[in-house]
Design a protein around this ligand. Structure first.
Ligand SMILES: Cc1cc2nc3c(=O)[nH]c(=O)nc-3n(C[C@H](O)[C@H](O)[C@H](O)COP(=O)(O)OP(=O)(O)OC[C@H]3O[C@@H](n4cnc5c(N)ncnc54)[C@H](O)[C@@H]3O)c2cc1C
Length: 395
């Protein structure tokens, strides 16, 4: 068993762990990052992501004629979160702080890290009930130029610099199984060293144990991700308001998003809240080139497709594609079937569809001029639409 001391241990080398690590490196702290997966998976889920970021009243929105404000965003956030529990106090405070950041220094902070934004802002989760209920009243989905891998880039670079400077120790194939508690404080982690594995990024790796480890530090950051790769945990936490869990689910995240970290934190005394407030994308389909088991990918749909339940009935307003994923899920779960019908045409697909991942958008991910061409086309369509509306309103 090996024991190491440092200022902080970060469990999880996904985006959350890497951002924490980069901040600590910039502060000159000595840290150890442990991750159960091989180095090929460095960056976790974010590498697969489309890189949609929440910003409020940005230049990109203004350029598209979108009027946003922190007040509107706060109303949308509150309507979506539905804060109604005593333990929501922390979430409310966090939401306030995040909104201030998203409407303030976030864009400059991203820019300073070298993260650029695609000039067209998407409209994810429009909601559609009243203004004070669920959903974004305006488009706020800012796509990173280079998608998920480009978000990771600056943080990975800082961590690598930290390795070179002797500040960072990276321990892959180190799976944390317990937190060490002394005098009511978490003072370290312990776990198993897993056998080396040459699995490609995102693919499941062996759980064969070849050793044990223990680390101590004055701070421990748990950044182990969610539960989406563990359908048993998803089913166990499934709330009644969403009906019964489907028999068959696809998984938008790799198997390493196994949710174990939550149980490990709870066993050490952490108070877990809101396990039932889960998020699912109903517009999920089986990935055509799967990397992990039941690999799913989400369609980012525009509103024009026709959506029917399994019995052929049209979904009620406002459950249009891309408007209210949880409302749609609850509705579809009441039909007694696991499937629905998403009816579309080639021209709707060409105008409105995207798949929500880095690999499905190689032009954006590769920062190719073809993506800019796509934007110019979208911009031209937006201007044409604006001109049509202007003519309609002003004769
Ligand atoms: C296809 C796709 C598209 C997405 N699109 C968007 C988007 O447009 N906008 C957006 O905001 N979000 C998006 N997301 C979600 C976003 O990418 C994730 O929420 C985010 O990357 C999660 O980061 P994380 O660091 O919390 O967790 P993860 O990336 O899951 O990292 C956790 C790490 O912890 C490690 N770990 C877990 N348990 C242990 C343990 N016991 N011991 C050691 N290591 C452990 C794991 O191996 C993993 O490397 C998308 C995700 C996917 C998959």
């Amino acid at each position: 068993m090996s024991t190491t001391e440092c200022d902080a241990i970060i469990v999880g080398a996904g985006l959350a762990g890497l951002v924490a690590a980069a901040e600590l490196v910039d502060a000159g702290k000595r840290i150890t990052i442990v991750d159960q997966e091989p180095e090929a998976t460095f960056g976790g889920q974010a590498w697969w992501s489309f890189g949609g970021l929440f910003l409020v009243d940005s230049p990109e929105q203004r350029r598209m004629g979108i009027r946003d404000s922190i007040e509107l965003a706060r109303q949308d956030w509150a309507g979506t979160a539905g804060f109604d529990r005593p333990e929501d106090d922390h979430a409310r405070a966090w939401a306030d702080a995040y909104l201030e950041w998203a409407a303030g220094e976030k864009r400059a902070w991203l820019k300073q890290k070298g993260i650029g934004l695609f000039p067209v802002v998407g409209w994810a989760e429009r909601g559609g009930d009243t203004a004070t209920r669920h959903g974004n009243s305006v488009p706020r989905f800012h796509i990173v130029w280079g998608t998920g891998p480009a978000i990771l880039e600056p943080f990975i670079a800082t961590v690598r610099r930290g390795v070179d400077a002797g500040l960072v120790t990276l321990l892959f194939r180190h799976r944390v199984d317990a937190l060490t508690v002394a005098d009511g404080r978490v003072v370290g982690v312990s776990g198993s060293i897993l056998a080396p594995d040459s699995a490609e990024r995102g693919a499941p790796s062996t759980r064969e144990e070849v050793g044990a480890f223990a680390l101590e530090a004055s701070a421990v950051v748990m950044a182990t991700g969610g539960i989406g790769g563990n359908h048993d945990l998803v089913r166990a936490a499934w709330p009644e308001r969403l009906g019964t869990p489907p028999q068959h689910m696809v998984s938008g995240v790799p198997a390493h998003v196994d949710g174990r970290g939550l149980g490990i934190a709870e066993a050490a005394g952490a108070r877990l809240i809101n396990g039932d407030r889960m998020w699912h994308y109903v517009e999920g389909i089986q990935n055509h080139s799967p990397v992990w088991a039941q690999h799913g990918i989400r369609i980012l749909p525009g509103p024009s497709s026709l959506w029917l339940d399994a019995t052929g009935r049209r979904l009620p307003t406002p459950l249009f594609p891309g408007f209210d994923t949880l409302g749609t899920l609850a509705h579809l779960r009441m039909t007694g079937y696991d499937h629905s019908w998403f009816v579309t045409t080639q021209s709707i697909i060409e105008k409105e569809f995207a798949l929500s991942g880095s690999e499905q958008n190689p032009d954006l991910t590769g920062r190719s001029p073809a993506a800019v061409e796509r934007t110019n086309g979208t911009r031209a369509a937006l201007h044409a639409r604006r001109r049509r509306l202007h003519r309609r309103d002003h004769g």
